[in-house]
Design a protein around this ligand. Structure first.
Ligand code: 13P
Length: 271
């Protein structure tokens, strides 16, 4: 997180909650209501960061109605989308439908999609193209597994994943892209990457983006860290120069805990 001389953030902090396959549509509405209520008490922090949630598909309509009706400053996205636009693809969800439901973002290439649904970098590149066709901002997830980390090849591995997933993306499109570094060994394990590990990878990713799309786009791209983020560790990770936010799984299901992550600046001052 870089702060400019006038005290503003160089890139807006982004705190995102990936609910995964949790929360039915009724629970989803309750969670967003609670979150909005809790965040209201901390308006200053809330003003400075963007707050995004990624509910299951079946919750999105309800979240749309609630955020529109109550004019909540919470944006939302889907956890996946189809590489296709429409047609005989049973069970798939088009980016077109997500756009119509007011989604700002869509997660692409989450490690759980890569692992359980065999999504390759090529599939992910096709999904990125679909996101751009429908004017959704993709949040591309990359990150290495434990074996790769132990072998010390995490940077090379993740940058290769990034390069292949971004195949076909133009500089103009890349101006509208968020990248989440989520080391697989840190997801849902309670084992969080240290701030220096997160910084090392985010700096490498920013360098790769600069080479591919130019320094100006690289400097503007928000890079997030994900993997066992909680209120207790979020601020120290976000303090790092190239880490602009967090993608939170388990802790985003608890409105209080998630709101406390949004209050990272408070923790920066007090920890
Ligand atoms: O996968 C994640 C977010 O997309 C991280 O999940 P946890 O925060 O539960 O480790």
């Amino acid at each position: 997180m870089t702060i400019s001389q006038n005290g503003a953030f160089v890139r807006q902090p982004l705190i995102a909650g990936n609910w995964k396959m949790n929360m039915d549509h009724v629970q989803g509405i309750t969670l967003v209501q609670k979150l909005a209520w809790t965040l209201k008490d901390h308006e200053h922090d809330y003003d400075r960061a963007e707050v995004a949630v990624f509910p299951p598909f079946t919750d999105i309509r309800g979240v749309q109605t609630l955020t529109l009706g109550d004019k909540l400053d919470i944006v939302y996205g889907a956890q996946d989308l189809s590489a296709q636009d429409s047609g005989a693809y049973t069970g798939e969800i088009s980016g077109q439908f997500l756009k119509k439901l007011g989604c700002t973002y869509v997660l692409v290439g989450h490690s759980e999609r890569r692992e359980y649904h065999n999504e390759t970098n090529q599939v992910i590149a096709a999904k990125l193209a679909a996101a751009y066709r429908h004017e959704l901002t993709p949040m591309l997830c990359v990150g290495e597994g434990l074996e790769v980390r132990k072998a010390g090849e995490h940077v090379a591995f993740t940058l290769e994943q990034l390069a292949q997933s971004l195949e076909g993306v133009t500089a103009e499109q890349a101006a509208n892209l968020v990248i989440a570094y989520e080391p697989v060994w840190a997801i849902g394990t309670g084992e969080v990457a240290g701030p220096a590990d997160a910084q090392e990878m985010c700096a490498a990713i920013r360098g790769a983006l600069a080479e591919r799309f130019g320094a100006e786009i690289a400097e503007k791209t928000q890079l997030l860290y994900g993997g066992s983020v909680k209120a207790a560790n979020a601020a120290s990770i976000m303090r790092e120069r190239d880490v602009d936010g967090v993608l939170v799984g388990g802790a985003s299901l608890d409105a209080e805990e998630f709101a406390n992550i949004v209050r990272f600046e408070h923790h920066l001052v007090t920890d």
